[in-house]
Design a protein around this ligand. Structure first.
Ligand code: TRP
Length: 451
């Protein structure tokens, strides 16, 4: 095992703090923001949910993100090595859990991203088909779905092979600003639609009672984990490519609010469109279905639908790609560090394995749903709890690590962060773990053992 990269070379690094922030925002902003957030918000109390979500971002999101960053930058290693170094040998298995989560999440994430590739291409080439439901059923599984999944994995691997600065940083620096501009443009356009008012009302009407409901609370917390890319070492890995002069508390704050901002704006795009065409009933069926059925259905009926829809799916694709990069990088950097092989080989092996695993989700969306419930929710919250305990109680020098490169304002904030990591994050996350475990059992039962 070497402490640096493959071939004993010096560890790679980001070229600038802006590049790091964009890559981390790129990781956070993805399929989770563009649909799941607004959908969960609408179902879970509207504006009340938005407040709850912001509170959870502050209470558990930022502290866990900082815990990941502290372990990553101080170890300058990928998850397995970094956790071993921060906590001792006994913590290495958690690093393996992280790598496993990365493998599993990317395997199905890439299938959904593959649908997105297809929709973006079709929108540009031929427009949206009138019967969007039948279209989705036809393309979501089977050989075509597998083909687009493999295409997307190929794209992701090509970027990760380019390395941290020339691959990941460059791709994010080009793509993230474009995504943001497209999304704001779409939100402004959506504002002019006839159903906009109703759409906003559906999205944001506060029902405060809903957020006191246990499952809503747990769903919000799990959504925050997924959306902020926490609990499986993505932020840890990116931070391992940083210098000591970076102001981590400030950067974690920027990343978290950028992620929330994009999710919030996406809702301002989605709901006016859905309500302008009276498609609200299609929305409540399933989260993924709504994104790939209700919206395309709306695009097929609107005058500007083809242009707007093309832009929407391009933005979605960009978000998915920068997120997939970070998922793959966790696995690749671990393979590089543990087996001491080149980045190119590591990317081929890890990417090839993930691409193969993903065929199962492209074959049957029930498999996709089950893996999402297990790895995309349960594993992440388990990983987050472990990290809070490791950095809050055990790791030496975590506080000093986070103070390096920061300002007095954020130093005061760190007192709060460590208090939260010790006393606030664990009880909340234990409740969420329980809730998500029940959800996994429920999903498995209704998928395969119903009736
Ligand atoms: N955050 C991304 C999204 O919202 C998905 C993602 C990327 C992710 N990297 C991750 C989720 C690491 C959990 C862990 O779509």
């Amino acid at each position: 095992m070497s402490s640096g990269g493959g071939d004993g070379a010096a560890r790679e690094s980001f070229g600038s703090s802006r590049g790091f922030i964009l890559a981390a925002v790129g990781s956070a902003v993805g399929l989770g923001n563009m649909w799941r957030f607004s959908y969960t918000a609408a179902e879970g109390g509207g504006a009340a949910f938005v407040f709850l979500y912001i509170a959870l971002t502050l209470l558990i999101g930022i502290p866990i993100m900082l815990a990941e960053m502290a372990a990553g930058r101080s170890g300058r290693l990928s998850p397995i090595g970094a956790l071993r170094k921060a906590g001792g040998k006994g913590w290495a298995p958690m690093g393996f859990l992280y790598v496993l989560s990365g493998l599993l999440i990317l395997s199905y994430y890439s299938v959904i991203a593959g649908w997105t590739v297809r929709y973006a291409i079709e929108a540009i080439v031929s427009g949206f088909p009138a019967d969007s439901g039948a279209h989705f059923t036809a393309i979501s599984t089977g050989p075509a779905a597998m083909g687009f999944h493999l295409l997307f994995m190929g794209l992701t691997m090509a970027i990760v092979m380019g390395g941290v600065e020339k691959g990941i940083e460059r791709a994010s620096t080009l793509m993230m600003p474009a995504l943001f501009v497209i999304l704001v443009g779409l939100a402004m356009w959506a504002f002019t639609l006839d159903g906009a008012g109703e759409g906003y009302a559906y999205y944001l009407t506060p029902t405060w009672g809903d957020i006191l409901d246990g499952p809503t609370f747990a769903a919000a917390a799990a959504q925050a984990f997924f959306s902020l890319s926490l609990g499986m070492g993505a932020m840890l890995t990116f931070a391992s490519y940083l210098g000591k002069d970076q102001n981590l508390p400030k950067e974690a704050t920027i990343i978290s609010f950028a992620d929330f901002g994009v999710a919030f704006i996406a809702g301002l795009v989605v709901f006016p469109i859905v309500f302008a065409l009276g498609l609200q009933n299609d929305v409540s069926e399933s989260t993924v279905g709504a994104l790939f059925i209700a919206l395309p259905g709306a695009f097929s009926e609107m005058g500007a639908g083809r242009l707007v829809g093309s832009l929407f799916f391009i933005a979605l694709l960009v978000g998915a790609l920068t997120s997939a990069i970070s998922l793959l990088e966790v696995v690749v950097s671990s393979v590089i560090d543990e087996f001491d092989i080149t980045r190119k080989k590591a990317t081929l092996y890890a990417g090839g394995l993930i691409a193969t695993l993903g065929l199962a989700s492209a074959y049957d969306t029930n498999i996709l749903g089950v893996i999402d419930a297990i790895a995309g929710e349960l594993f992440l919250v388990i990983g987050g709890l472990g990290l809070a305990i490791l950095v809050g109680y055990r790791m030496k020098g975590a506080r000093e690590e986070l103070e390096m490169g920061t300002t007095p304002f954020f130093k005061v904030g760190l007192d709060v962060v460590f208090f939260f990591l010790r006393y606030v994050v664990p009880p909340i996350v234990i409740f969420v773990i329980y809730d998500r475990l029940m959800n996994v059992i429920n999903v498995v039962q209704t998928t395969w053992f119903a009736g």
